[in-house]
Design a protein. Structure first.
Length: 99
């Protein structure tokens, strides 16, 4: 069986909280799974305001950072555009879950 690859999409602060819980649960149930949390829109400010143990899995949308005038002073990983990353990962066979 192919490795499980899961993309958790968080566009709101509430979705980010769910995605972080989902990522922790996935890690416990399937430690070999690749998990990525993609935050855009309102989730970006929430991610910067509330650090979490899942932050190594987190990617912030650079477009959302710029649109909201936010500074990634936490040095969290970024992607150019959430929409591009969502499309690319799905084309690569990642399972998409909107948190």
């Amino acid at each position: 069986m192919a490795a499980l690859r899961v993309l958790l999409h968080a566009p709101t602060a509430e979705a980010l909280a769910r995605a972080r819980r989902n990522a922790r649960n996935l890690g416990k149930a399937r430690p070999d799974a690749e998990v990525l949390i993609l935050a855009n829109a309102g989730a970006v400010a929430a991610a910067l305001a509330t650090p979490d143990e899942t932050d190594p899995l987190l990617r912030l949308c650079r477009n959302s950072l710029a649109a909201q005038g936010l500074d990634n002073s936490a040095s969290l990983a970024e992607v150019e555009a959430a929409v591009v990353t969502l499309a690319e990962r799905q084309a690569e066979g990642w399972a998409y879950i909107r948190a």
